[in-house]
Design a protein around this ligand. Structure first.
Ligand code: PSV
Ligand code: MN
Length: 406
């Protein structure tokens, strides 16, 4: 890092009234969970591509995830998906993670891959299928107890392809019934994060299609149920930062699955398509971080930042590095927003002034700041370069092809 570049940056930001010590402390505290399934083979609906060196089991997925954390200091926990990451003994997986400097993060039940779930899981008209799905949710609560995970993250592929195929209101009641049973099994420390998705794999209706449905369900279940915003799960044009602000105000924003999408689906690297959206999401979060209401501050402090990407064509570890670094960059930029400046302009009804006070910050180059904190943390200044020049990517090729799918 050039000292001159940082000195210039420091002078520029101090002149704007930004406290760089505070910015640095918050940047160092940023934690982004990576998904175990992002290290495995994955593909489109048409083909799963096999790559050489892909982890063969959950233990190896954690080893790859440790690379991402060691080089960036950003990703100390890894979400698991059950049964993709099913193991005999979760305490072994937990100590393996801990030996690597990681912890096991959110537990994700999988209610979309068994034959019986073709017409729905917890919303299936067959009571036996609903029972099986609910039992799987309960199994994941037990796994979370063993792994020490706070969050259980729920996404349902449930929906219908044709009008008349399912009774929408009955399905709504069945969903609530299953989640109530799961909610009652959770320990007081656990949280249920409810994810929604506008469509796919069902194309006519999806049982939890948007944030309002997820929020309504969370409210009915109780305070340990919150909404999870997957940035790829909205119709084009949706204002995600508005949803974020609204949920924070309701103290129900549980977490994020970060990724990007251009049209549909959700597996592109976060920040690769619309970095400004990511910046604006952090703008909303940070403007609530200083709220006078302690409950709002507490909601913000407990937001789980998670990546949810299954890379189809990219190399797995570099793609995950790129993802967490993109999040860090936009978070760093958003930390430079002078909220007083924005709010004062808004109060004067200075529309362009307020917009300028937000947008101008997005245009700052935060490289000197990121280099400075990495240096202070003893991390490589350029984690991607450090990974590509290490031997890890070559060493794992001995695993061969045909590793774990997702
Ligand atoms: C569904 O598209 C989703 O976003 C859910 O979070 C799943 O658990 C994950 O992707 C993996 O398929
Ligand atoms: Mn997701």
């Amino acid at each position: 890092m050039s000292d001159r570049a940082y000195a210039f940056f420091e002078e520029q930001q101090q002149a704007r009234g930004i406290n760089l010590d505070e910015v640095k402390a918050r940047l160092k505290a940023l934690k982004i969970e990576t998904p175990s399934w992002g290290y495995g083979d994955s593909g489109t609906r048409f083909k799963v591509f096999q790559k050489e060196g892909v982890p063969r089991n959950p233990f190896e997925k954690f080893e790859d995830a440790a690379q991402v954390h060691n080089l960036t200091g950003l990703a100390p926990s890894v979400a698991i998906h059950i049964p993709w990451d099913k193991v005999e003994d979760y305490s072994k997986l937990r100590s393996h993670a801990e030996n690597l400097g990681l912890s096991i993060g959110a537990v994700n039940p999988n209610l979309f891959q068994d034959e019986e779930y073709m017409l729905g899981s917890v919303t299936n008209s067959d009571a036996a299928v609903r029972r099986k799905a609910t039992d799987h949710l309960l199994e994941c609560v037990d796994i979370a107890k063993e792994t020490g995970s706070r969050d259980i993250s729920l996404w349902f592929a449930d929906g219908t392809n044709y009008p008349g195929q399912g009774h929408i209101r009955k399905r709504k009641a069945w969903m609530q019934e299953a989640l109530t049973e799961m909610y009652n099994a959770m320990t007081p420390q656990m949280r249920m994060l409810i994810e929604y998705k506008c469509f796919e794999p069902a194309f006519y209706h999806t049982d939890l299609a948007d944030w309002g449905m997820a929020y309504n369900l969370a409210q009915k279940l109780g305070p340990q149920a919150e909404v999870l915003v997957d940035t790829g799960h909205h119709l084009p044009g949706a204002n995600i930062e508005h949803i974020v602000a609204y949920l924070i105000d309701e103290k129900r924003l549980g977490g994020f699955h970060f990724n990007s999408r251009k049209y549909a689906d959700d597996d592109l690297i976060v920040g690769s398509v619309n970095p400004y959206e990511l910046f604006l999401i952090f703008y909303q979060i940070l403007s609530a971080a200083g709220d006078s209401d302690a409950a709002i501050r507490s909601n913000v402090e407990n937001i789980a930042y998670m990546i949810d990407q299954s890379h189809n064509i990219e190399q797995k570890i570099p793609a995950m590095l790129r993802s967490v670094l993109n999040v860090q960059t936009q978070f760093a930029k958003a930390l430079l927003i002078n909220h007083d400046e924005v709010n004062e302009a808004a109060e004067r009804n200075d529309v362009l002034g307020a917009e300028d006070a937000v947008r101008r910050v997005f245009e700052f180059d935060v490289t000197p700041l990121l280099h400075a904190i990495r240096e202070e943390q003893g991390l490589p200044l350029d984690p991607m370069k450090a990974y590509l020049s290490s031997s890890y990517g070559k060493d794992i090729l001995v695993r061969g092809k045909g590793g774990a799918s997702w």
